[in-house]
Design a protein. Sequence first.
Length: 171
Amino acid sequence: MVYSPEITEMRRFLSLHSQFHLDIGPRKTSQFGFTLIELMIVVAIIAIILTLALPVYTNYSIRAKIGEALSVAAAAKTTVAATCMESPNLTGLDNEAVGYAYDQSTWVESITVSEDCDVPVITIVTRNTGAPAPVPEIRLTGTLENNGGMVSWTCVSPNAPNYLVPSTCRS
């Protein structure tokens, strides 16, 4: 490009005596940071992921809390099995008859023993699990095995949806 002598002289003067540099021509810039559209796309992707993941995580969390009830009830199962092995004809089981006591925990409100030794029942009532009403309840029903001298347990949840209970208790 050819400039007039006055413009050429002015450019030379400004470039030597100033902190500013005149660049007449295409502008050259470095790109730092993100544009607004890039940030909006990232926010949209995060929103979609959260929309899909949050219900799955919530159900998983509820199922883990209800599953803890089965772990807590292991002591009751052992106590009932031992009592029924010693006295297989015992009727009217309750917590006192089998020597089992339970205090509330964070996720389990109560564990009660009922029925007779031929078919003992342990009822576990949960609490604060985040599950929709009614409060999930788990029933463990025992069967006294005559030949092996043991009690086998089946698990059902009469009032909780299948997706909220552990797989061993789904009907």
